[in-house]
Design a protein around this ligand. Structure first.
Ligand SMILES: [Zn+2]
Length: 95
């Protein structure tokens, strides 16, 4: 599922860049406006809607974790699993 949306967003980015190029060739202010619009649109669609671990659809509550240097959004159940894992690892250090 992730791959399909990656392709879609890549195509969206290319289309957006092409649009900006066209707008920019008309007037620089149009190009700047296009960039602002693109950033807003990308920001709206860039929100991951699936849990980064189990792939379940995320509802209202999602949690941010940094795993192996990557920021991921996880669902509440994976969040509690991660918290347990983290506390277990923290505990190990003290034992
Ligand atoms: Zn999950």
């Amino acid at each position: 599922m992730g791959k399909a949306s990656d392709t879609a967003s890549a195509i969206g980015c290319l289309l957006g860049l092409a649009l900006i190029a066209v707008l920019w060739s008309q007037h620089w202010a149009l190009g700047v406006g296009g960039i602002v619009l693109l950033v807003i649109v990308v920001g709206m669609f860039a929100q991951p809607t699936e849990c980064g671990i189990c792939g379940n659809k995320l509802k209202k509550t999602s949690y941010k974790w940094e795993l192996e240097g990557k920021k991921v959004r996880v669902c509440p159940s994976c969040n509690s699993a991660l918290e347990k894992k983290r506390s277990r690892e923290a505990l190990k250090k003290h034992l």
